[in-house]
Design a protein around this ligand. Structure first.
Ligand SMILES: C[S@@+](CC[C@H](N)C(=O)[O-])C[C@H]1O[C@@H](n2cnc3c(N)ncnc32)[C@H](O)[C@@H]1O
Length: 203
């Protein structure tokens, strides 16, 4: 739940792009504390969170934090499931968010298809994920082969390359309205960095 109170790029981008309080919000890969970005739109009447893990007990050791977590949990619905096979009908949600999850999933293409599918037309999808430059991607692939036992690789089964998320969003009929684009040099040879996008469903 570090994201509550932190300067989180995706959160501020979403707040800037989503003018009115949405009627429904889905947070995919919310995390085992069950807070994720569910706090962003406190007046949203339907807030659903999904994760492949069950919720952890509320015992952060900080009574204020525990209170916050309990309040968010009491207001939201939780589903155990996978981003690759979302159990919601097409166009269910006004806003779908997936923060720092896509490099943890087994199948990014299927996850992207599902995330896009459950956003209603005119609705918003907010994503963030660590992304590699072209050079960084290939260096990481080579190192992953050499040292597959590293936690960094086991915890992140997927390597994303610059441009991959943008292509998927456009391919699924989304228009990107906000993102932290890398410079040309950064795209070619920059360090792995957290990128975020807010996109509107047009198709
Ligand atoms: C780095 S945490 C991010 C949690 C939260 N979104 C945040 O930003 O604090 C990644 C989360 O993705 C979940 N996850 C991994 N693969 C998943 C999948 N295929 N479907 C749904 N959740 C998944 C993990 O269980 C974990 O809670």
């Amino acid at each position: 739940m570090y994201e509550i109170g932190e300067d989180l790029d995706l959160a501020w981008r979403l707040q800037a792009c989503v003018a009115a309080e949405p009627g429904s919000l889905l947070d995919v890969g919310v995390g085992p504390m069950g807070t994720g970005l569910l706090w962003l739109f406190p007046g949203c009447p339907l807030r659903v969170a999904l994760d492949s893990l069950a919720l952890l007990p509320v015992a952060t050791g900080n009574p204020y934090a525990d209170g916050l977590v309990r309040r968010i949990r009491a207001e939201c619905r939780y589903v155990i499931g996978k981003s690759e096979t979302l159990s919601f009908p097409d166009g269910t949600f006004d806003v779908v968010v997936c923060n720092n999850v896509l490099d943890h999933v087994e199948d990014v293409s299927r996850s992207m298809r599902e995330l896009c599918r459950v956003v209603r037309r005119g609705g918003v999808l907010g994503l963030s994920v660590d992304t590699n430059s072209y050079l960084g991607y290939w260096l990481r692939r080579i190192d992953r082969r050499r040292r597959p036992h590293l936690n960094a690789y086991r915890l992140h089964p997927t390597d994303l390359i610059i441009g991959q998320i943008e292509r998927a969003l456009r391919g699924h009929g989304f228009r990107i309205v906000s993102s932290n684009e890398a410079s040309r040099l950064g795209r070619l040879a920059g360090r792995r960095r957290m990128q975020s996008w807010v996109a509107v469903r047009e198709g």
